[in-house]
Design a protein around this ligand. Structure first.
Ligand SMILES: Nc1ncnc2c1ncn2[C@@H]1O[C@H](COP(=O)(O)OP(=O)(O)O)[C@@H](O)[C@H]1O
Ligand SMILES: [Mg+2]
Length: 459
């Protein structure tokens, strides 16, 4: 188990028993004990007294020992959790659904003793239907503890029916959601992962969903809707739609449905309005109005906008040298794990893995990110999806080295006030422009994208 999984498990156990989540100190203790830190070191990091840390740790370890039926102490913490993971993964019939490996589930650990399979597969998973054929397998997973916690809270405590995971390509949206699925597999009776990389009509999608649940689709789309919503009400289902941006019209402002996918709009609205016990997670590089929530009380909708991955371990096993320079490299590439993987290959090819040498290469002009060929081809696609107004805005923003105010940006462009404001909003909803709150509000392009526009789009 990773420390993220242990935190998740401990949080669920504490929540189930006490109705509240792990607090910051309890989290720091679990992380510290896992890292083999002394109580004094943990106390120093959290600005607490050693005795306070000792007391809270003793209570927490006692609680975990009781809940997991193991004698867990500071000294055997790592070995106990490794063993629990092993015993859970030996239950192959439960842990392996479809083609993918499932690493742990609270229920499995909870009942990790043999001959207890009735209890292990609790009522909910008596006849689970999973289609994770197109979901990626997660091998390395770092950080994102708070994002996983937020997702759990929205789904299991707040019963949020529609959740969007948003952000630029490469920040780890798909990975995060798949990780969430892996660790919560047992909590759902139906899990269906659909990629809209090559989008399909809603009718075909609903047919697929009914198929997974072994129901024959009725003749009309109305009847199929009814069928689907009665499943969503009867069973706890999780439907994930990845790469949703592909159902929106390219060359226009953000989030407008292509005619053949217009039905998705009704579907998403119904997901929030009709009463049921299921959840849809949308993963997208672009927002649409159905994802926006002005009144949280009224609409059970949530958005998680992913920012960078704050863990230098993302560069582990990439074959790069100069660990001292890694954090500079990570900063330069906005903590985006996909950019970092791309640039790591370039640094290995051209600089023999020497990060410091790569960073020194163009330091005379202030260090700027190098846009790799792979990044360039992805950005080409992104740039071509923009409306002409957005392209003008982006080109103008790329000429200015600093973040710029709305008024200053407006002056340099020949656009009507309405086009200018709508264009700026659209770029924000695609995560290409950032709003910076200073004395006045400033705007800037995402830095790596800015380098791409400067170097590759000027003609
Ligand atoms: N939390 C993470 N830990 C380790 N690697 C990650 C993490 N999140 C993303 N990655 C890696 O970064 C790359 C991009 O992630 P992905 O989930 O495909 O991004 P997105 O869906 O936002 O485009 C993948 O190669 C993935 O393995
Ligand atoms: Mg993705």
């Amino acid at each position: 188990m990773t420390v993220t999984e242990i935190l998740q498990l401990a949080d669920q156990l504490v929540f189930a028993k006490r109705g509240k989540h792990l607090d910051d100190l309890q989290e720091s203790i679990i992380k510290g004990v896992w890292e083999d830190q002394t109580y004094q070191e943990i106390a120093d990091e959290c600005n607490r007294s050693e005795s306070r840390v000792r007391n809270v740790a003793a209570q927490l370890l006692q609680f975990l020992s009781k809940e997991l039926g193991e004698d867990i102490e500071k000294d055997n913490f790592r070995s106990v959790f490794k063993r629990l993971h092993l015993s859970s993964s030996q239950n192959q019939n439960i842990c392996q659904k479809g083609n993918h490996n499932f690493h742990y589930s609270p229920q499995i650990l909870y009942n990790s003793k043999p001959n207890n399979q009735e209890n292990i597969t609790n009522n909910k998973s008596k006849s689970p239907h999973y289609d994770l054929t197109l979901a990626p397998q997660i091998i390395n997973f770092y950080a994102r503890e708070s994002e996983l916690k937020t997702l759990s809270h929205w789904i299991f405590n707040q019963n949020t029916r529609l959740i969007s995971i948003l952000g630029l390509s490469g920040f780890g949206k798909t990975t995060l959601v798949k990780k969430f699925v892996d660790i919560n597999l047992q909590q759902f009776e139906v899990i269906i992962w659909k990629s809209l990389k090559f989008p399909k009509s809603l009718e075909l999608l609903i047919n697929d969903l009914l198929n997974v649940c072994q129901q024959e689709s009725k003749a009309t789309i109305d009847e199929q809707f009814k069928q689907l919503f009665s499943i969503l009400a009867e069973k706890k289902c999780l439907i994930i739609l990845d790469d949703v941006q592909n159902i929106f019209i390219p060359g226009q402002f953000y989030g407008q449905y292509q005619t053949e996918y217009q039905d998705y709009q009704n579907f998403l609205t119904m997901i929030t309005e009709v009463e049921h016990q299921s959840h849809v997670i949308l993963i997208s590089q672009e927002q649409c109005p159905e994802m926006e929530c002005l009144d949280e009380e009224l609409y059970p909708i949530k958005c998680l906008e992913l920012s960078g991955l704050s863990d230098v371990n993302i560069l582990k096993n990439t074959g790069l040298n100069d660990e001292d320079s890694w954090s500079n490299l990570i900063d330069l590439y906005e903590w985006n794990p996909m950019y970092l993987k791309d640039v790591a290959i370039l640094i290995k090819d051209i600089f023999d893995g020497n990060v410091a040498e790569f960073l020194a290469e163009n330091s005379s002009t202030g260090i700027l990110p190098v846009v790799t060929n792979k990044m360039r081809s992805r950005f080409n696609q992104l740039f071509n999806r923009l409306s002409l107004i957005e392209q003008q805005l982006v080109l103008e923003l790329s000429k200015i080295d600093q973040p710029v105010s709305r008024e200053n940006l407006r002056e340099s462009l020949d656009l009507s006030s309405m086009d200018f404001i709508n264009g700026l909003q659209s770029l924000q909803h695609r995560y290409l422009v950032k709003k910076i709150k200073a004395e006045t509000i400033l705007f800037d392009l995402s830095p790596v994208f800015k380098e791409y526009v400067k170097n590759c789009c000027q003609e």
